[in-house]
Write a protein that binds this ligand. Structure first.
Ligand SMILES: Nc1nc2c(ncn2[C@@H]2O[C@H](COP(=O)(O)OP(=O)(O)OP(=O)(O)O)[C@@H](O)[C@H]2O)c(=O)[nH]1
Ligand SMILES: [Mg+2]
Length: 408
């Protein structure tokens, strides 16, 4: 991956099409996306679109008006908050005389900036190439921005200029490399399953505080930032509970209209949510939590993550009125620690329903029988004494009942 970091923030003019006058025209999210890519917003224009113009998306009269507005703006780049076809991108650029990128390119760019692990980088490059590939048709060089900056991080110029065949080969290579990493991960998952290690996945809209919660619960030191898509690489940490120990995982956040290619590319990291025994959905109680929840649930459905879920409303230290929220909502503040005990109790309850905890001195013959159970329990400690073995362990209920006489 080629990354071209700009020393100076680019001035970005946001063009946000809306299709219905009554639709919320908040540009907060696209502004946050631009800032996460290192851009500085120098203007925002929301434009009602009644009918999409196939050539320029927005009607030519409106484009004239925007051009006028841009004449005394420092804008280096226009970010269009929607998906544009290659010819629309070129036509808008020609009409306005400023570089244009669409929402997908922007999101891919942020991902390219934030990917740290080998796998993350491969995934982002694959998503970028898959986005570019069908759009090339000889327009690669024309479509790529001259110089560096937002929208050029990732595969960048050199590969854009080369032919489709080269890109096709690179896509195949990346897919293979990712498959190998996935195989390794599947083996780890199997091992975890075999050892009966339970997993909890933190998922949710980006910037809701998932990594902060992971840090709070496990004392980990995961990168936290008031930025969209701060986390791309999955992190796993042990979380000791009353009755057993689980593995808590943190991964990429979701966003509305997350490009499908990205979900595809990140499927294997998102697998942690698919395989989890319990999913914690983290919402930002101070934001548009209904939209966050809907986006998260849709994305989870798309990747077939069907495990039981607990919804947590974070940043609650800033909530003054709790009446609008669902009655069974779990409120926490990952930052201050408020409500964390209650959440832990809830997670504990979930798992203790599945486990029976034993602390018992077993005779040596009984301990022999206990050995057969080891696949179905989490052993906390084993103490060998003269007259027997003291075992502390959590055993899956169904197996505990099958082997009940061992413990009686
Ligand atoms: N006020 C307040 N801010 C919080 C709380 N929890 C997290 N934050 C802030 O929210 C921002 C995002 O936190 P992260 O933990 O990086 O969020 P994330 O969900 O992991 O974000 P991505 O990895 O980017 O998807 C940071 O500025 C945090 O300090 C909270 O309980 N209260
Ligand atoms: Mg994070």
């Amino acid at each position: 991956m080629i990354e071209t970091f700009q020393k100076q923030a680019e001035n970005v003019y946001i063009l946000k099409p809306i299709f219905d006058r009554s639709e919320g025209a908040s540009a907060e999210e696209i502004r946050a996306l631009v800032e996460s890519a290192g851009g500085k917003v120098c203007g925002i224009k929301t434009q009602v679109v009644r009918e999409v113009n196939p050539a320029t998306f927005i009607g030519s009269g409106k484009l004239e008006e925007i051009k006028e507005e841009l004449s005394d703006s420092p804008a280096d780049l226009i970010v269009f908050d929607g998906e544009l076809s290659p010819s629309q991108t070129l036509n808008i650029r020609a009409a306005l005389g400023v570089d244009v990128i669409d929402r997908t390119t922007l999101i891919l760019d942020i991902f390219a900036l934030n990917a740290k692990s080998t796998e993350g980088k491969l995934q982002v490059e694959l998503a970028q190439l898959k986005y570019i590939y069908p759009r090339l048709r000889g327009k690669g060089a024309e479509l790529s921005r001259q110089g560096g900056g937002i929208g050029t991080r990732g595969p960048g110029e050199t590969q854009l200029e080369s032919d489709r065949r080269h890109i096709r080969r690179r896509i195949d290579f990346l897919e293979n490399a990712l498959k190998n990493i996935e195989t390794r991960r599947n083996l780890q998952n199997l091992r975890r399953k075999k050892n009966n290690i339970k997993t909890v996945a933190l998922v949710g809209y980006t910037n809701t505080g998932k990594s902060t919660l992971l840090n709070r619960l496990t004392g980990a030191d995961v990168f936290v930032k008031n930025q969209l898509f701060a986390t791309l690489d999955p992190t796993m940490r042990k979380l000791p509970l009353k009755n057993c120990e689980v593995v808590l995982s943190d991964t990429v956040g979701f966003v509305r209209n997350l490009p499908h290619n990205l979900i595809e590319a990140f499927k294997s990291t998102l697998e942690t949510a698919v395989n989890a025994d319990l999913i914690l959905i983290v919402c930002d109680a101070t934001g548009d939590y209904e939209m966050q929840l809907e986006t998260t649930e849709n994305t989870l459905a798309e990747i077939h993550a069907e495990s039981p879920k607990i919804v947590v409303y974070n940043k609650c230290e800033n909530v003054a009125d709790f009446t609008p929220y669902p009655k069974d909502a779990v409120f926490i503040s990952a930052l201050s620690g408020l409500g964390i005990d209650k959440l832990l109790e809830k997670i504990d309850g979930f798992f203790s329903d599945a486990y029976v905890r034993i602390e018992k001195k077993l005779s040596y013959p009984a301990y022999g029988a206990f050995g057969k159970l080891s696949d179905f329990c989490v052993v906390q400690s084993v103490n060998f004494e003269e007259d027997g073995v003291t075992v502390r362990a959590s055993i899956l209920k169904e197996h505990y009942y099958k082997f009940r006489d061992v413990f009686s």
